[in-house]
Design a protein around this ligand. Structure first.
Ligand SMILES: NC(=O)c1ccc[n+]([C@@H]2O[C@H](COP(=O)([O-])OP(=O)(O)OC[C@H]3O[C@@H](n4cnc5c(N)ncnc54)[C@H](OP(=O)(O)O)[C@@H]3O)[C@@H](O)[C@H]2O)c1
Length: 324
């Protein structure tokens, strides 16, 4: 039986991935930091608490496992150094451990479209295109990818995902909450295009790479292959929730001022702001588009979820879990 270890397994993607892999018959070990909330993990027996800074602890955790799927990351931080210390530092550490633990035969890294950067002139970015990240987050993900290329001695696979939505996700949850109150907010006035993916489709793509020599030492973009505007996404959300919302377009200067305010409050609370100046930089890029033909051709990836149906599943999950 394939034994898989997942970092960040209590997070949105990690927990969904763990549940699906277990359903598919894999033996899964869910790495969780001591003291962290592990409520999203469906099988408590799979939880393994670790101190990522403790090499002996980590070697013991990895021993006997075949594949590491590294999902742990910071998507928001108050400064670039903090972002790098997790997204780059932890990745380097795991690569080094994977090199030394003989049972490990593949390192799968969940990267982001943010590493390649926004699409110029609306042309979807391919994996081999020049990477031009625009945010701390994007730069940290790119540096992590570069560290893997430079030092991973085991076969590795890098998956650059676009924005993910689904049960357990906390950022789009805020949009669901606003739409529940009949309001949809958009940055600026122009119709930006972007890709999105339902978490179950992303999990299927990740599964296709496991122990698959065609995926070794390769990078794959991940999206459902459709270009949306945020307005279309909001309309699908309304359909899924069977409600209506008034669309309000916020000028970019207002977003920037709001972001500074959110950052200030977040600092007082020792937290990271949901909307910060880095997010505004990302949100106000013309287009976030990636080309997924490589995953389709090489892995046979076919997204299965219609967006409205996926949003309906997400909405019901939020309601069942009293998140909405
Ligand atoms: N969500 C998206 O739209 C999206 C899009 C593209 C790529 N991705 C990538 O997908 C992966 C999963 O994202 P997600 O949305 O599932 O994020 P998430 O729900 O915020 O989960 C992040 C996970 O990383 C762990 N983590 C954070 N800082 C850590 C540290 N210093 N040391 C060890 N673990 C740490 C968290 O553990 P604690 O609970 O202990 O903090 C949590 O388990 C990330 O690599 C992200 O970059 C996400």
């Amino acid at each position: 039986m394939k034994k898989i270890i997942i970092t960040g397994a209590n997070g949105f993607l990690g927990s969904t991935l763990a549940a699906k892999l277990q359903q598919d018959g894999y033996h899964v070990r869910c790495l969780v930091r001591y003291g962290s909330d592990a409520q999203l993990i469906t099988d408590p027996n799979s939880i393994y608490y670790v101190d990522y800074a403790d090499d002996e602890d980590m070697k013991a955790a990895l021993a006997g496992y075949h594949i590491i799927i590294h999902t742990a990351a910071l998507t928001k931080a108050n400064n670039e150094a903090t972002m790098n210390s997790t997204n780059v530092g932890l990745t380097k550490k795991l690569v080094s451990l994977a090199n030394h633990v003989s049972s490990i035969r593949q390192f799968v890294f969940i990267s982001s479209q943010a590493a390649s950067g926004p699409a110029h002139f609306g042309i979807a970015k391919k994996e081999e295109d020049l990477c031009e990240p625009v945010s701390w987050y994007g730069r940290s993900k790119l540096k992590a990818e570069q560290a893997i290329h430079a030092s991973c001695q085991k076969p590795f696979t890098i998956i650059r995902s676009c924005s993910i939505f689904g049960p357990g996700e906390k950022d789009f949850l805020e949009m669901f909450k606003l739409i529940k109150h009949h309001l949809a907010l958009f940055p600026g006035y122009c119709s930006r295009r972007l890709n999105l993916i339902f978490v179950d489709d992303l999990v299927s793509l990740i599964t296709l790479t496991l122990d698959n020599p065609k995926a070794f030492n390769q990078t794959f973009n991940a999206s459902d292959g459709i270009q949306y505007t945020m307005q279309q996404f909001a309309k699908n959300m309304q359909r899924a929730m069977d409600t209506f919302a008034v669309f309000v377009y916020l000028p970019v200067w207002m977003l920037k001022v709001g972001a500074v305010g959110c950052e200030f409050i977040a600092r007082l609370r020792h937290k990271s702001a949901l909307i910060n100046r880095q997010k505004v930089i990302e949100m106000t890029q013309p287009h976030w588009l990636i080309d997924t033909q490589k995953a389709q051709k090489i892995l046979g990836f076919k997204p299965q979820w219609d967006q409205t149906r996926a949003l309906k599943k997400t909405y019901h999950w939020y309601k069942e879990h009293s998140w909405l």
